[in-house]
Design a protein around this ligand. Structure first.
Ligand code: ADP
Length: 267
């Protein structure tokens, strides 16, 4: 899974990555599903220990173009996990109140506390993506934000937050299919926004903005992973593998039980 990690300081050229590829996985689809099931079970145990230990904080950032599968990743990777101690924060266009503050204000309010896993469905990265592409702020404003984001994430990391950032990378053609599916399926039509087409018209600029964001903000303590996401099963597997490995690395210890419990019989 290391191959998906963006090395700090390295240039990122997304044209070199095939969103339809499944690097590192040669097995059958069925094996991937079985593996994901095992990872779901492991995550359930690890999350319970994380909550019990009450020490580390875990922040999972999900970014990607429209239809890249942010919602689907959340539901499949976290299937079976106890909602106690897990939270999703979704970031939409800022409200007038949020715009009256600095861009990290609303984000800081949502970061995980001890024992918690928080999943960001979109994030502060929108402020160097949509804000840049749609010219919501002048260049001198968004250009400063890479350093501001790095400083912010350094603070979170120094206060026991594990940060994992995933760019779910789909191809332009896969997006076309998924948007069309939304339009054609009455059950899914509510998800379609005309604004999605406007964003799609700026595809190349978004890719460039992603390349810069990935290159400038992948840090050892807050790495970016580029996940080929045309195949949903592969996307889920990669995110689950990386998350479980990061939690295993914490070597979580559940609290010591009270003394003298040996031989205690509950009547
Ligand atoms: P999603 O596409 O994530 O399922 P929505 O359709 O409600 O949810 O889209 C959320 C919208 O909010 C996106 O178009 C996104 O670009 C926008 N957004 C999020 N954060 C910001 C921000 N900081 N500035 C401007 N727009 C933002």
């Amino acid at each position: 899974m290391k191959q998906h990690r963006v090395k700090p300081g390295a240039k990122v050229d997304l044209s070199q990555i095939d969103p339809g590829s499944t690097p590192g996985f040669k097995g059958k689809r069925k094996e991937a599903d079985e593996r994901l099931l095992k990872l779901n079970e492991r995550l359930e145990v690890l999350q319970e220990s994380l909550w019990a230990e009450h020490k580390h904080k875990v922040l999972v950032v999900l970014q990607g173009t429209d239809t890249s599968g942010k919602d689907g990743t959340i539901s499949h990777v976290f299937e079976g996990v106890n909602p106690l101690g897990v939270r999703v924060a979704a970031f939409k266009a800022p409200t007038p109140e949020e715009l009256d503050h600095d861009f990290l204000w609303r984000v800081h309010l949502k970061v995980p506390c001890k024992g918690e896993i928080v999943i960001f469905n979109r994030s502060h990265y929108e402020d160097v993506l949509v804000a840049r592409v749609m010219e919501l702020v002048p260049p001198e404003v968004w250009r400063q934000r890479y350093d501001q984001i790095n400083d912010f994430e350094r603070l979170l990391s120094a206060t026991d937050t594990v940060i994992l950032k995933f760019f779910l990378y789909i191809s332009k053609d896969e997006q076309r299919k998924r948007l069309q599916e939304r339009l054609d399926d009455p059950q899914k039509r509510w998800k379609f926004r005309k604004g999605d087409l406007l964003d799609r018209a700026h595809w190349d600029e978004y890719i460039k903005a992603y390349e810069d964001a990935l290159a400038r903000t992948s840090q050892k303590h807050a790495p970016w992973y580029v996940v080929p996401a045309d195949k949903k099963w592969y996307r889920n597997l990669v995110v689950a593998e990386i998350l479980v490995k990061a939690l295993e690395d914490l070597k979580i210890k559940t609290p010591e039980p009270e003394e003298d419990l040996k031989g205690v019989v509950v009547v």
